[in-house]
Ligand binder design. Structure first.
Ligand SMILES: *Cc1c(COP(=O)(O)O)cnc(C)c1O
Length: 308
């Protein structure tokens, strides 16, 4: 079963002229290449959850927003592993609209979608609500939004290898629900600094992360360049297109492009004080581009475009 095998992504060196001259070594871990459909870090977070569900032969219930990389990853794996999956989607109004590319694919892979109001969606961490869901769906296994639970973090502890832990001073990773960075913190050395770049404006995510981690060698930097989660401007779109032109690496518009934009900006303006040996974790997430471009087109903005 290939899904459960051990995977180490390769690191590639990013040759950025103005930084090379100053002795910086910037590497990118290509978690984005783990799988063409499943986002790199979602693969990590689902590995042990899916193992558990298969062992216990349960149905799966999970949560996500309309463009969720997590929902799509769950839908795809559930199809391959023949698991019955239900996705609870934020926004009952979506039910009446033409489905976006992410949700359409989820349905194609056999996931059942249930659209709920924002008020109901807010209950997704509440014990009583979850108990009701579990009994309604025959003792289903609940994977929280984003795949962030103990088993998800166990999978993310496999992102770094021993060389990464010995070599790099700083490891940078995008942050949503906090699971990926928690696994990285746990497997890192206490001499390393782990920098988390939140996709949210005011994330308050340390509360969540501190539930899972065994040390505090980390710092969270909130998204305050582009206006918050999934917000964008033409500068971001240009950056994604230019980055592809320069390095032939596609960056997603919600997590990785914003992180790397921020880091390069800080380095360029001498605001960086986290050492010279830097590892960027590219978590993938490219499936979100289709939906994003649809929004850009509606607003008559330039789109993300990897042809040149
Ligand atoms: C979900 C996701 C993240 C955030 O991971 P968390 O574990 O939720 O913090 C980062 N990058 C991509 C591409 C994602 O899909």
């Amino acid at each position: 079963m290939t899904f459960f095998k051990e995977i180490f992504s390769k690191n590639i060196r990013l040759k950025i002229p103005f930084l090379e001259n100053e002795g910086y070594e910037i590497f990118m871990k290509r978690e984005d290449l783990i799988h063409p459909i499943i986002s790199g870090n979602k693969f990590r977070k689902l590995k042990y959850n899916i193992k558990e569900i298969k062992n216990k032969n349960l149905k799966l219930v999970t949560f996500g927003g309309a463009f969720s990389n997590h929902l799509l990853a769950v839908a795809y794996i559930s199809k391959i592993e023949k698991i019955k999956a239900i996705g609870i989607v934020r926004g009952e109004e979506l039910h009446n609209f033409k489905l976006n590319p992410t949700l359409k694919k989820c349905i194609d892979y056999g996931m059942k979608l249930k659209f709920v109001s924002r008020d109901e969606y807010r209950l997704r961490h509440e014990k009583k609500y979850l108990e009701k869901l579990i009994s309604k769906h025959n003792n289903a296994f609940i994977i929280p939004e984003g795949g962030t639970n103990e088993l998800g973090i166990k999978g993310c502890e496999e992102i770094l290898n021993s060389k990464d832990i010995d070599y790099f001073e700083t490891i940078c990773v995008p942050v949503g629900s906090g699971g990926t960075i928690s696994g990285i913190i746990n497997s890192s050395s206490s001499k390393q600094k782990i920098l988390g770049f939140s996709s949210l404006k005011k994330s308050n995510i340390t509360v969540q992360i501190n539930k899972f981690v065994n040390k505090n060698n980390y710092k969270i930097i909130d998204e305050n360049y582009f206006g918050g989660y999934a917000k964008f401007n033409s500068q971001l779109v240009d950056f994604i297109n230019e980055f592809y032109y320069n390095y032939e690496i596609k960056l997603d518009p919600i997590y990785n492009s914003k992180m790397i934009f921020r880091i390069l900006n800080d380095l360029r303006s001498n605001k960086w004080n986290y050492g010279k040996k830097i590892l960027l974790i590219n978590t993938g997430g490219l499936q979100s581009i289709d939906g994003f471009n649809k929004r850009l087109k509606e607003k008559k903005c330039a789109t993300i475009d990897f042809t040149f």
